[in-house]
Design a protein around this ligand. Sequence first.
Ligand code: IMP
Length: 190
Amino acid sequence: MQHFDKKIFFATNNNNKILEAKHILSNFGIAVEKTEVKKVEIQSDTLEEIVLYALKKIGKTTCPVVIEDSGLFIEKLNGFPGPYSSYVYKKIGCDGILKLLENVEERKAKFVSIVGLKKGRLIRIFKGECDGKISYKRAGEHGFGFDPIFIPENGERTFAEMSLEEKNLWSHRSKAFKALGSWIQSHKHI
Ligand code: IMP
C-alpha cells in the first residue's frame, strides 16, 4: 500500500495527464486528486503566460492547486503548433501534422510542459522538455494527443508505443512533475 504524506489538486480534464502525474508524484509521497477548479485558458505565444494567467484566475486557495499546459514545437514549422497544440490537435490531428511534414526530411520537434503550483499567495512554475522527432506515420495505441507521431530522442518508437511508465522515463510532463515533486518535498509547508 502506497503511503502519501501530501496531496495536490490537479485542475485538468485530461485523465491521461492525471495518470502520468500520479505515477511520477507517487515516488515523492504525493497524492494527486482531480479538481473541478476551472482552468481559464488565454491564447498566448508562451505556455508560461497561459499557466500564470490560469493560476492567478483560481483566486485564493488554501490547498495546493496545480495547472499544466503543454505543447508540441516543430522546428521546421518555426515552433508550430506550440501553445496552440490543443486547438490544432482538435482541428487537424496527427494526420494533419503528418501532411504538413510530407516530403520534409528535417523532422526535429520537442514537447514542452509547464506545471504551475498555487497555494495561498505562493506561485511556482516548473518546466520540462523532451527532444525528439515527428515520425513518418502513426504508430501505437497508448497515450493521447500527438503521442502516435512523436519519437523521443535516441529512440525508435513513438510515445504511443510505450507504456505510461516508459513514457514517463522521457517525457516533458514527467520532468516538470519531478521538479514539482522535489520542490514540494523540500518545502514542508506545502
Ligand atoms: P493542453 O496542455 O491541455 O493545452 O494541451 C496541449 C495539447 O498538446 C494536447 O491537446 C495534445 O494534443 C498535445 N500534447 C501535450 N502533451 C502531450 C503528450 O504528452 N502527448 C501527446 N500530446 C501532447
